[in-house]
Write a protein that binds this ligand. Structure first.
Ligand code: SAH
Ligand code: SF4
Ligand code: F3S
Length: 442
């Protein structure tokens, strides 16, 4: 090491995270590795010796987001000695290109390389490091090392990567093919979370429904049934499910397992069978609707959410209307909607991005307005009810108000006489907005 190189133990670090829950969980691991090496977490880049940007590549502007973030760090780098690293999906995708464009970056680290982070931070003080290797196997990460954001609800990664190659999606190119974590390791991690007081776990993976235990070959439905037996854990959720792989067996396992929340995020992307075909999604509108009917028949109170893309190449007005009518038919509790943007390496990016920006914007507003109207109606129908809520902490805006989620994963803000953080409480719903419920403990 250079004489004036800093050791991890004398460093303060700052992490900026973009992207999905998988990336958030990765940042918790990065923080854990650095803390285990003696470094201290900081909430300000100015105050830090090590800055890591954990990037997401899924939608447009991810590169611009990274470069504008780096641009803001450039003056800092001139002023003081600070090690700057870029991790996550953009790092995996662009590798040394980032270094060429922003030469003051000290290291690039792909999502499969975090176990070498401590060494990389050391060596990057001598020379630039690009570490984006990829392994076929799932990398175990010691659970106790993860520095989790919450003491109540924990992310648990069960698989990584994706084999689906939806025509618009970059994930198979940034996270590689599917690899599954051994069931015994998942169960062990969840048991130790329960022993440490966690009440909720959220299983993570790009396509959790395709989970297969590498040792026994047991599937996702089997895993859910086993998790239902972990003492101490009260609520289990999972994200993301692919409609093509969500079958009756999984739905029955959900129904039988009282700890598995009556909630499912099932991204449809479009309500038009012809668009779904061009997206390479592997199901039709009708097949999706049949699965929704099956889920609701088994679990009438299930809370459903979805993802929508508007303005996919060649999406006609009629095809777009199919998305609106599908939303009206299903009546989701919540949706995430996006304007299509071409991503490098994907099949759709070879098509003309034919829908003009203004039209995409108009379609997105129509989707969001329709959904907002239905959400207000649904949330109003909950006024007067009392429901179980897991309190996740104090509201950021008002310390007398607590924030939590109900079983359907809706945000509930409520008043309570005492601090109930980390507990289940019964909340009486008195009012609502389109995106949250408001009440007080009973
Ligand atoms: N593995 C998950 C999440 C994928 S990314 C899944 O399969 O559902 C999250 C969401 O981003 C997707 O569901 C999709 O709605 C959106 N998305 C992905 N690529 C996109 C693109 N090129 N343009 C716009 N939205 C996109
Ligand atoms: Fe992307 Fe499709 Fe895989 Fe989801 S299932 S990560 S949208 S390729
Ligand atoms: Fe983004 Fe990578 Fe997650 S592209 S959505 S951070 S898997």
């Amino acid at each position: 090491m250079k004489e004036n190189s800093k050791s991890l133990a004398s460093m303060k670090f700052y992490i900026r995270t973009f992207g999905c829950q998988m990336n958030e969980n990765d940042s918790e691991r990065i923080a854990g590795i650095l803390t285990a090496g003696g470094a201290k977490m900081s909430d300000s880049p100015e105050d830090s010796d090590l800055i890591i940007i954990n990037t997401c590549a899924v939608r447009e502007k991810s590169e611009e987001k990274l470069y504008s973030c780096l641009g803001r760090l450039a003056p800092l780098k001139k002023r003081k000695r600070v090690v700057i690293g870029v991790g996550g999906c953009v790092a995996q995708l662009y590798r040394s290109e980032i270094m060429e464009r922003t030469p003051f970056v000290d290291f690039i680290i792909g999502p499969d390389n975090y176990s070498q982070l401590a060494d990389i931070v050391h060596s990057s003080q001598e020379e630039k490091v690009v570490s984006t290797s990829w392994s076929e196997d799932f990398h175990e990460f010691p659970s106790e090392m993860t520095l989790r954001e919450s003491d109540v609800s924990a992310y648990v990664t069960i698989m990584e990567g994706c084999n689906n190659f939806c025509s618009y999606c970059i994930v198979p190119f940034t996270r590689g093919r599917e690899k599954f974590r051994a069931k015994e390791n998942i169960l062990q991690e969840i048991q130790s979370l329960a022993d440490n007081g966690y009440l909720e776990v959220q299983l993570l993976g790009q396509n959790v429904n395709s989970y297969t235990d590498p040792e026994s070959g047991k599937d996702f439905a089997f895993l859910l049934r086993e998790l239902n037996r972990v003492d101490g854990i009260e609520w289990v959720r999972f994200i993301t499910s692919h409609p093509k792989n969500l079958n009756r067996d999984i739905a029955e396992a959900m129904k039988e397992s009282e700890k598995v929340c009556r909630q499912l995020h099932l991204p449809i992307q479009s309500g038009s069978t012809s668009v779904l075909k061009r997206m390479n999604r592997g199901y039709t509108r009708e097949e999706y609707l049949e699965k929704i009917a099956m889920l609701r028949q088994l679990m009438p109170d299930i809370s459903l959410s979805t993802d929508i893309i508007v303005g996919f190449p060649g999406e006609t007005e009629d095809e777009f209307q199919d998305t609106l009518s599908m939303l009206a038919e299903v009546r989701f509790t919540n949706i995430f909607s996006f304007r299509y943007s071409p991503r490098p390496k994907t099949a759709a990016s070879r098509e003309k991005d034919s829908i003009p920006f203004e039209e995409k914007k108009k379609r997105l507003i129509q989707v969001q307005e329709l959904q907002k109207k239905m959400q207000v109606e649904f949330n109003r129908s909950l006024i007067g009810r009392t429901m179980k809520v897991l309190c996740l902490g104090k509201s950021k805006k008002d310390p007398a108000v607590y924030a939590g989620r109900n079983q359907g994963y809706q945000v509930v803000n409520f008043r309570s006489q005492k601090d109930v953080t980390g507990q289940f409480v019964e909340v009486h719903i008195a009012s609502c907005g389109p995106y949250s419920l408001v009440g007080e403990t009973v």
